[in-house]
Design a protein around this ligand. Structure first.
Ligand code: SF4
Ligand code: SF4
Length: 193
């Protein structure tokens, strides 16, 4: 490599070393997340716009920029075992604002899928799967809501599976196809006995 004009020797060496290495990095993880998410985290230049747009950041230790960096560095275990992975609300603010046209939200969704394949998932997410399987709703209606709806002149139940329970079967068919309920039941049983 030709000597860069005016650069000290150490900086020249750094500029030459474009590969990022860590003992615990897995380059395949970067590729897999890019394939699943169909976005380009390797283009991230760590500006922090995503984190500063994120509604979860001021309320928790979750930092989307850190997760994007982990993808780029192939830090699979560090990313998939961090409970903060589940604090994204999928609001897509970061995706709207990223100056590099990356979709950080979709990298999170890809990592959640990979984590679930390793049975790494918060129990409350699994209980939501069970609730949807049973009622078609992650948060089913209840008596307090019903009374409030009637007071507002609405029907006690919304025009969803609550009003048309015959459609719950269709929802169950989709969930069964992906073995979501089966896995949710198994993981909860293993965790809670
Ligand atoms: S906004 Fe985009 S480029 Fe900036 S840190 Fe986040 S992902 Fe990287
Ligand atoms: S999509 Fe997730 S990571 Fe992005 S701003 Fe919303 S909560 Fe934060």
């Amino acid at each position: 490599m030709a000597k860069a004009k005016g650069y000290p020797e150490a900086l020249e060496t750094k500029l030459r070393d474009r590969a990022l290495h860590a003992d615990d990095s897995n380059p395949q993880f970067t590729k897999t997340v890019e394939e699943i998410s169909r976005t380009i985290p390797h283009m991230c230049f760590q500006c922090g716009t995503c984190t500063s747009s994120c509604p979860s950041a001021p309320r928790s230790s979750y930092r989307i920029r850190k997760f994007v960096r982990r993808v780029v560095l192939g830090l699979e275990n560090e990313a998939l075992t961090d409970p903060d992975l589940w604090l994204c609300t999928t609001c897509y603010s970061c995706t709207d604002r990223c100056p590099r046209d990356i979709a950080p939200t979709d990298t999170i969704m890809a990592m959640r899928n990979l984590a679930f394949k390793r049975d790494i998932i918060p129990i409350n997410f699994l209980k939501t799967v069970q609730a949807i399987y049973k009622s078609g709703h992650g948060v089913p209606n209840n008596d307090v809501n019903r009374a409030a709806r009637v007071k507002l002149g609405l029907t006690a139940d919304p025009p969803t599976t609550h009003m048309y329970p015959e459609y719950i079967k269709g929802i169950q068919k989709i969930i069964d196809h992906y073995k979501l309920k089966e896995n949710a039941d198994r993981i909860i049983k293993e965790a809670e006995g």
